[in-house]
Ligand binder design. Structure first.
Ligand SMILES: NC(=O)c1ccc[n+]([C@@H]2O[C@H](COP(=O)([O-])OP(=O)(O)OC[C@H]3O[C@@H](n4cnc5c(N)ncnc54)[C@H](O)[C@@H]3O)[C@@H](O)[C@H]2O)c1
Length: 427
């Protein structure tokens, strides 16, 4: 268990790490100009005054910038991590030392994980912020007594949206959820560029292996998988893609990657990276076909994509050979290496996405929270359901990001606008 302070309402690994964490948060602030400009814009008005916000989202330096922005805009905030291995203990300590109710430490057990979420719900949040939908689901299932005070929530990732839409279809979702995950300025940047780079970072920190000359198998060619495939190729890897959807499979082929079923890919890959949001994408059956020394990892949200339990079952020996790198020896003597226990390797083995891209994701979180707060108590309150953030928000985030990069773009002239909305002028 982490170190607790009842009066200050936090539980972290070691509060003495706060100074180190604060330096990292300052580094992130410097690289998150859009979120910081929104903080500056709204700080005086305090539009989140009297609101309680509960979050369950990876405790990283970028998340800390979001959390402290919510606090500076007037909200009372409580936070937990959304994955047992993604909390950065120095960041959690810095947040706690700064007065935030944070319940998170790296390596929580399943029981501790939900204990932390329970403490966040104790705040009786008006707005929930999720990454993977564990908080919203737990609130609906186990803490219904606190549902009445919730006006809405935000979801950060694809898998969370899949779960929320399933809840909506089953008639179980009881409040509106903003799909930050599907905002263009989130999914088309964070998932692609952020996960692409940070997945390489995680693999390198756990292995320090050379990509050039190796065959990298990427399972799933959606947002995350296509970003990973591009970065792996950039490092000199020969990339093979596996898919279940003919469209992304065809795109991957047109973009120059080999495409084949996992049973074929298993025989040729050196490094395997899952990015599907699906379950049992790599099982013991595949692992048994792999070359000696194959490296397996996952960048999808949950640790279900690489079936580590089934691999353990066919192994005669298991040992940790480097941090976040476990060697499994099969009875044949062949070995495979599993990184970060099959949990998202970019956050468990490295620091997660670079701040520059989380700047856009968390600007979307903040704007979605502001939009929910603005509707509270008014007629335009949303019914339960999953909502897109809308074109205006995407356009605003993109414009602010471009401005921060000192990039100007052209403007349509009146004549061009007329042309683009007319049908009269052809050949
Ligand atoms: N690690 C991170 O920091 C991070 C960041 C963003 C998203 N994610 C997670 O990554 C996962 C993928 O997200 P996304 O936005 O790319 O989703 P997506 O829907 O854009 O892409 C997923 C792709 O996987 C394919 N797929 C599904 N099942 C498959 C299977 N069994 N074998 C091969 N391919 C399969 C789908 O056809 C689809 O093309 C989700 O779990 C998401 O929450 C993680």
């Amino acid at each position: 268990m982490g170190t607790e302070n009842e009066t200050a309402n936090y539980k972290v690994k070691d509060i003495a790490l706060a100074k180190e964490g604060r330096l990292k948060i300052e580094w992130a602030e410097r690289h998150m100009p859009v979120l910081m400009s929104l903080r500056a814009k709204y700080k005086q008005k305090k539009p989140l005054k009297n609101l309680r916000i509960g979050g369950c989202l990876h405790v990283t330096k970028e998340t800390a910038v979001l959390v402290e922005t919510l606090r500076d805009l007037g909200a009372k905030v409580a936070w937990s991590g959304c994955n047992p291995l993604s909390t950065q203990d120095d960041i959690a300590a810095a947040l706690a030392a700064g007065g935030i109710s944070v319940y998170a430490w790296r390596g929580v057990s399943k029981e501790e994980y939900y204990w932390c979420i329970d403490r966040v719900i104790d705040l009786k949040p008006n707005i929930t912020v999720d990454d993977g939908a564990d908080l919203v689901f737990y609130l609906h299932e186990k803490r219904q007594e606190h549902m009445a005070s919730v006006i809405g929530g935000c979801e950060e990732t694809t898998t969370g949206i899949v779960r929320l839409k399933a809840m909506e279809r089953a008639g179980l979702l009881k409040y509106p959820m903003m799909s930050v995950a599907e905002a263009k300025t989130k999914a088309d940047f964070d998932n692609i560029w952020g996960t692409g780079q940070s997945t390489m970072d995680g693999i390198l920190r756990s292995t320090n292996i050379m990509f050039a000359g190796k065959t990298i198998v990427v399972a799933g060619y959606g947002h995350v998988g296509s970003g990973i495939a591009a970065r792996a190729r950039g490092l000199g890897g020969n990339v093979v893609v596996t898919e279940v959807d003919p469209l992304p499979a065809l795109t991957a082929r047109m973009e120059g990657f080999q495409v084949m079923p996992m049973k074929e890919a298993a025989k040729v890959g050196d490094i395997f990276i899952t990015a599907t949001g699906c379950t049992k994408v790599i099982t013991a059956e595949h692992a048994a076909l792999m070359k000696d020394g194959a490296i397996l990892c996952n960048s999808g949200h949950f640790n279900v994509e690489v079936d580590v339990a089934s691999i353990e079952k066919i192994s005669s020996k298991k040992r940790e050979v480097r941090p976040n790198n476990v060697e499994y020896t099969f009875r044949s003597g062949r070995k495979v290496f599993v990184l970060a226990e099959g949990r998202l390797v970019n956050l468990a083995s490295a620091e997660g996405h670079p701040s520059e891209v989380m700047d856009m994701s968390f600007a979307n979180q903040l704007l979605s929270i502001l939009s929910l707060a603005g509707r509270a108590g008014k007629k335009e309150k949303l019914d339960p359901g999953v909502y897109e953030v809308g074109w205006e928000q995407d356009a605003l985030v993109a414009r602010l990001k471009l401005e921060s990069m000192e990039i100007a773009i052209d403007k349509l002239t009146a004549e061009q606008m007329k042309y683009l909305s007319s049908y009269g002028k052809g050949t």
